[in-house]
Design a protein around this ligand. Structure first.
Ligand SMILES: [Zn+2]
Length: 748
C-alpha cells in the first residue's frame, strides 16, 4: 500500500499519467496515511537559495544605475518670481539627492525658448530660470533631468495647428478639465513629431542636462480616446487592436526621443512617465526592453485605491519588466487623494511608509513637492521627512544594492487582461481586475509568501525556472504561445494555481469555446458565467470528516460546505471531485434561504498532480470575492492551496505576529530582508496616523553551499543581531519592527 509520500515519489519517478488527486488518495489505506502524516500542519520546508550571481563592478554601470535618491520641486509659473534658487539647491543637496528634476516644460517655458508656441511663463520676463537652476544643481554635483510636459498647450497653438488637438466624436476640442484655456494634445499628431523634438534640441544646445523626461505622457492606466483625423482611422479605443497601435506609437516616439537625447551625450537618454501598476498603459514588456529609467508615477494612496501596499505593488511590476535596470517611485510629499491639496504636506507617517515601500520593493526613493513658493514658503513640514529618510538611506547605500529578488512564486500580471478585459457581465469596469489583484496580493502578504510578478509576455522557460509555482488570478487573456509556455512550465515540474476565466480569451479578447488550458487543469467549460443573486454558490466538501482530508481542506472542521465565490464558470463533471457546487439561492427572505438543489456533480475545484507538478483550478473568482468580503475561509483555502502546490517549500521564512509585507533580496554584500509593518488601523483607508510596532520576527533561510555569514545588522534599529547557522540554515530574530526594518545580511 502506498502512503502519500511514497505515492508522490512514485509519481516523480514513473512520470505517472495525470490522475485526479482525490481518487488516488481514495485508494490508500487511511491508517497508513494517518501513521505517516503528523497530526499538526508540518512546518514549511526551506529550500536553498540559488547560487549567488557573479559580482558586478558598480563603477562600470550606466550612471542612472548608481542613482540612489531623486528630488523634485515641481516648478510653478510663479516660481521664477519668488523662488530662491540657492535655497532650493541647498535643500536637495544637503538631503543627498543624486539627481533633481528641473522644468523645461512644453506648456510654459522656464527659459527664453524660441520654439514657436512654447509660451513663456508670465513671470519669466526673459530670465533664464531653467539655466540658473541647472547651474546651481551642477555646482553642487547633482545631475539634472530636463522635465517636459507634452500633454497640453494654448489656443494660439491650436489656431495655427488645429491638427494637434485631441477631438471628441463631434469634432470638438478636448480641453483640460481644470483649466479650459489649455487643450489636450494628440499623441498621434505632429505635435509629438515636431514640437517636442524642437524643444529637446533647443535645450540640448543651451544646457548641460543629463537626460530628458516627459510628464503627462504616455497616459497611464487607461487608453486615450481621440477622434481627430488621424485617430479616427485607428481601431476604436479600448480594443486590443487599438492598444497595439498605441503601443507602436509610444515605442516609436520613445526611441526617437531617446536618439535625440543621445545626439549630444551618448550616456543621455529619454524616459517618460510610467506607473499605473499592473494596468500600466503602454505594453510594459516592450517598454522594459528599451527603458533606461522606469519612472513610477505612483505618488500616494487614494480613496479608490486605498490599500497601503500601493507603492510596493508598483515595485514588483518594475522588477518584472526592468531586469534590474533603474526604477524610481515618486512619493508625493504633498497631499495626494481626492480631494488632494497639492501644496500642503501629507501625514509624515504616510509619506515615510511610501518611501519605505519604495526602497523595500527595489526602487529608488524620489521625493516630490509642488511649487518652491509653497514648499519653501507656505508649508515646509515635508522637508524634514525627506531629509531624515534620505540621510538614513544614504548611510546604508552599500547594503541596499539589490541584485535580484528571492522568491519561489510567480504571479502572472496579465497586463492585457488588466487593461482590456471587461470582467464578467456586461459592465466594463476597471474595478473588477483591480479587486482580483488586491485579493491575491492581500492573501500572499498574509501568508508571508515570497513572490514576484511575471508579465504574461515573459513566460519563457529561462525566466520561469526560478519559480516553484505560478499563480494566474483570472488571467483571462492568454495567447496560444503563452498557454504553451505555461504547459511547458508544468511539464518541467512547476505547479500552477489559476481561477475563473483564465485562458478563456485570446489576445484579441475573442472568447474561446473552452479554456485553452483545459487539458492542463483537466476540466472543461460547461456553460456561461453564473453570477450571484442572493446567496452565492457554496462549495460542498465531498468527504467531510475523512480521516485524512486533502491538504487544501486543512482546518475546515465542523462544516460540510464552504463559501464559493461571487461568479463562477460551470464545469463539466470530473471523477471524484473534492468540492462540488451547491448553486446559489435566495438570501432574503430567510424563509427561502435554503438550497433547492443541495448536491451536484459540478466541481468547485479541480486538482491534479503529475510528478512534482501540482495544479489547482478554481472555477470561481475566488481572489476577487476574497477582496470584496475578507472571508477567512477563502483566505484559508487560498493559503492551503498555495502551500499544497508549492509542496510547502519556502525560500525565506519570516515567522511572527502581525500583518507585514516582506521582500528578500540578494544584494551586492549578501542578502537583505525588508519588513514593512502594515499592522495598522489605517492600512486600508486614508493615511497612517501613527505606528504600532511589532514584536519578534524569526527569519530563516537556507544558504547556498559555501556561503558564510559575517554579520546581520538591523538598519532601522541601527544594531547588529546574533545569528546561528545550523547545517546551512541561517536563523536570527528581529526583536522589534516599528514601521519598517531591514535586516542586512553580510557574507564573508
Ligand atoms: Zn488624435
Amino acid at each position: 500500500m502506498l502512503n502519500r509520500r511514497a505515492f508522490l515519489k512514485a509519481g516523480l519517478t514513473t512520470g505517472a499519467a495525470l490522475v485526479p488527486v482525490n481518487s488516488a488518495f481514495a485508494e490508500m489505506d487511511p491508517a497508513a496515511l494517518a501513521a505517516d502524516e503528523p497530526a499538526a500542519k508540518s512546518p514549511a520546508q526551506l529550500v536553498a537559495l540559488p547560487a549567488r550571481l557573479e559580482p558586478v563592478d558598480q563603477a562600470a554601470l550606466p550612471w542612472q544605475q548608481r542613482v540612489r535618491r531623486v528630488g523634485q520641486t515641481n516648478m510653478t509659473e510663479h516660481d521664477p518670481a519668488v523662488m530662491n534658487i540657492e535655497e532650493w539647491a541647498d535643500y536637495w543637496h544637503q538631503a543627498k539627492a543624486d539627481v533633481v528634476f528641473i522644468s523645461v516644460t512644453g506648456i510654459l517655458a522656464f527659459y527664453p525658448s524660441r520654439v514657436p508656441f512654447h509660451r513663456h511663463g508670465k513671470f519669466l520676463h526673459d530670465r533664464d530660470f531653467f539655466g540658473e537652476c541647472v547651474a546651481a544643481a551642477k555646482k553642487r554635483g547633482m545631475r539634472v533631468v530636463a522635465r517636459m510636459s507634452p500633454d497640453l498647450n494654448w489656443d494660439d497653438a491650436l489656431a495655427a495647428h488645429p491638427e494637434w488637438a485631441m477631438r471628441f466624436k463631434d469634432g470638438g476640442v478636448q480641453r483640460s478639465g481644470e483649466d479650459p484655456r489649455l487643450f489636450k494634445t494628440c499623441m498621434f499628431s505632429t505635435y509629438m513629431d515636431d514640437y517636442i523634438p524642437a524643444i529637446m534640441r533647443e535645450v540640448s544646445s543651451l544646457y548641460d542636462v543629463d537626460c530628458f523626461y516627459t510628464n503627462g505622457w504616455p497616459p497611464l492606466g487607461s487608453l486615450p480616446d481621440c477622434h481627430c483625423a488621424i485617430c479616427s482611422k485607428l481601431p476604436p479605443s479600448g480594443t486590443p487592436a487599438y492598444w497595439r497601435a498605441f503601443d507602436d506609437r509610444v515605442f516609436a516616439l520613445w526611441q526617437r526621443y531617446d536618439a535625440i537625447a543621445k545626439e549630444k551625450k551618448p550616456d543621455s537618454f529619454f524616459f517618460a512617465n510610467l506607473g499605473g501598476n499592473v494596468h500600466g498603459g503602454p505594453n510594459l514588456h516592450r517598454l522594459g526592453s528599451i527603458a533606461a529609467w522606469f519612472q513610477a508615477d505612483n505618488q500616494g494612496r487614494t480613496f479608490d485605491d486605498a490599500a497601503i501596499w500601493g507603492c510596493s505593488l508598483q515595485g514588483r511590476v518594475c522588477s518584472a519588466i526592468m531586469d534590474g535596470k533603474f526604477a524610481a517611485n515618486v512619493t508625493a510629499a504633498y497631499s495626494t487623494g481626492t480631494p488632494g491639496w497639492r501644496n500642503s504636506s501629507k501625514n509624515p507617517e504616510e509619506a515615510r511608509m511610501w518611501l519605505n515601500e519604495t526602497l523595500a520593493s527595489g526602487m529608488a526613493p524620489y521625493f516630490h513637492f509642488v511649487g518652491a513658493e509653497n514648499g519653501f514658503g507656505e508649508d515646509r513640514r515635508w522637508q524634514a521627512v525627506g531629509t531624515e529618510f534620505f540621510h538614513w538611506a544614504a548611510e546604508h547605500d552599500s547594503q541596499l544594492c539589490n541584485r535580484r529578488s528571492i522568491a519561489n512564486i510567480g504571479v502572472v500580471m496579465g497586463q492585457s487582461t488588466q487593461l482590456l478585459y471587461p470582467g464578467p457581465g456586461a459592465v466594463r469596469t476597471r474595478d473588477y481586475m483591480h479587486h482580483t489583484t488586491q485579493g491575491i496580493y492581500d492573501a500572499l502578504l498574509r501568508g508571508r509568501f515570497a513572490f514576484d510578478f511575471v508579465h504574461e509576455e515573459r513566460l519563457e522557460p529561462e525566466r520561469l525556472a526560478r519559480y516553484r509555482a505560478l499563480i494566474l488570478p483570472n488571467i483571462a487573456m492568454l495567447t496560444n504561445l503563452q498557454c504553451d509556455q505555461i504547459r511547458a512550465f508544468a511539464r518541467s515540474g512547476g505547479s500552477i494555481m489559476a481561477s475563473f476565466e483564465t485562458s478563456l480569451y485570446d489576445e484579441n479578447l475573442n472568447p474561446r469555446d473552452d479554456f485553452a488550458l483545459a487539458d492542463l487543469f483537466g476540466m472543461h467549460r460547461a456553460g456561461a458565467v453564473v453570477g450571484t443573486n442572493g446567496n452565492p454558490y457554496y462549495a460542498r466538501i465531498e468527504a467531510p470528516g475523512a480521516p485524512q482530508p486533502h491538504p487544501i481542506l486543512d482546518g475546515f472542521t465542523d462544516t460540510n460546505w464552504l463559501p464559493g465565490a461571487e461568479n463562477r464558470i460551470p464545469l463539466a463533471p470530473i471523477a471524484d471531485p473534492l468540492l462540488t457546487v451547491v448553486p446559489g439561492f435566495v438570501r432574503y427572505p430567510p424563509e427561502l434561504a435554503y438550497p433547492p438543489v443541495s448536491h451536484t456533480t459540478e466541481p468547485a475545484v479541480v486538482l491534479r498532480e503529475s510528478g512534482s507538478s501540482r495544479t489547482a483550478y478554481f472555477p470561481g473568482d475566488i481572489e476577487h470575492t476574497y477582496w470584496l468580503t475578507g472571508h477567512g475561509d477563502l483566505l484559508r483555502l487560498l493559503h492551503n492551496t498555495i502551500r499544497w502546490i508549492t509542496h510547502d517549500e519556502r525560500v525565506v521564512e519570516v515567522d511572527g505576529d502581525g500583518f507585514v509585507e516582506m521582500f528578500c533580496w540578494e544584494t551586492e554584500r549578501g542578502y537583505a530582508i525588508h519588513l514593512l509593518n502594515y499592522t495598522n488601523p489605517d492600512a486600508q483607508h486614508g493615511w497612517l496616523q501613527s505606528t504600532f510596532p511589532l514584536g519578534r520576527q524569526t527569519v530563516r533561510m537556507k544558504l547556498p553551499p559555501g556561503v558564510q555569514i559575517r554579520a546581520v545588522d538591523l538598519l532601522r534599529a541601527s544594531q547588529p543581531v546574533d545569528f546561528t547557522v545550523d547545517e546551512g540554515t541561517l536563523s536570527f530574530v528581529i526583536p522589534r519592527v516599528a514601521d519598517y526594518e531591514v535586516a542586512a545580511i553580510t557574507i564573508a
